[in-house]
Ligand binder design. Structure first.
Ligand SMILES: Nc1ncnc2c1ncn2[C@@H]1O[C@H](COP(=O)(O)OP(=O)(O)OP(=O)(O)O)[C@@H](O)[C@H]1O
Length: 251
């Protein structure tokens, strides 16, 4: 990692602030679209710390998914630098990014992307077969409260249960980071809260760094820190003095 400077001026000396797990500076992302270009990210500086629960909040089109995809090694910035520990993600080739995703990152998306013809535990086994030190698929399902649904097919599970299988699939390879793109976007209020409880317990019990992107401001209260985005830029970074439990959230 290059010499690191904390983002915000602080009364605490820089050496007392932990080095971030992710370190991004001057990130731009431009999509050429024929005659015009779309600037999805403009000069974004971001730090993500080990073990934190981060919420990235912003309206549709503000650049949240673009930023998450770059941090997760699914996409490259057009300009700027992105580091994960000592890995320079901004200059990594496809093979290096695939290794990075495989060994370090679990993804959870709004739509669960389960294979309909496979049972819950078979969906998870597809991932754990490639991982160096995975959980047993049954254990991962127990972690999300679905130990009794191992042999159910996705169509036999509710939306919230399918999302919990997707979370079990993401945590089964014991990633250091869980990146979640609108994980409750397709769920009703109480089912969404159950999914957030699972993400909170993964963060608390395993120490997994969790980043959740959402347009739902009600979710921000459960985070350690909240990054707010607008028009491809970070407009605020706030730390919650008190973290709400998922059961206390309202939206
Ligand atoms: N592959 C792409 N090609 C062209 N433009 C893109 C592409 N991906 C994103 N964009 C544009 O970049 C901007 C940021 O999109 P992004 O998906 O990151 O926003 P978002 O905050 O995640 O929105 P949402 O909450 O609707 O998912 C938008 O204007 C979007 O249309």
């Amino acid at each position: 990692m290059p010499p690191w400077q904390p983002l915000q001026a602080s009364t605490v000396s820089a050496s007392a602030i932990p080095r971030p797990l992710f370190y991004g500076r001057g990130i731009h992302k431009i999509y050429p679209m024929g005659e015009i270009t779309v600037q999805a990210l403009r000069d974004v500086d971001v730090d993500i710390y080990e073990g934190e629960f981060l919420v990235i909040l912003g309206a549709s089109g503000s650049g949240k998914s673009t930023l998450l995809n770059i941090l997760g090694g699914l996409d490259l910035p057009s300009q700027g630098e992105v580091w994960f520990r000592d890995w320079d993600l901004s200059h990594a080739d496809d093979a290096a990014l695939t290794r990075f995703r495989r060994y370090h990152i679990g993804f959870v998306f709004q739509f669960y992307n389960l294979i309909p013809s496979l049972t819950a535990q078979e969906n998870i086994a597809l991932v754990t077969e490639l991982a160096p030190d995975p959980m047993h698929p049954r254990e991962a399902l127990e972690r999300v409260g679905l130990g009794d649904r191992c042999d159910h097919f996705p169509a036999q599970l509710s939306g919230g249960e399918q999302q919990r299988v997707a979370i079990a699939r993401a945590i089964a390879k014991r990633p250091e980071v869980l990146l979640c793109d609108e994980p409750t976007g397709a769920l009703d209020f109480s089912t969404g809260k159950r999914v957030l409880e699972v993400l909170e317990s993964v963060n608390r019990e395993f120490g997994t760094t969790v980043a959740v992107i959402t347009h739902n401001a009600g979710i921000a209260a459960m985070a350690d820190r909240v990054i707010t985005m607008r028009s491809g830029q970070i407009t605020h970074i706030d730390r919650n003095a008190h973290k709400a439990r998922p059961s206390e959230l309202e939206w």
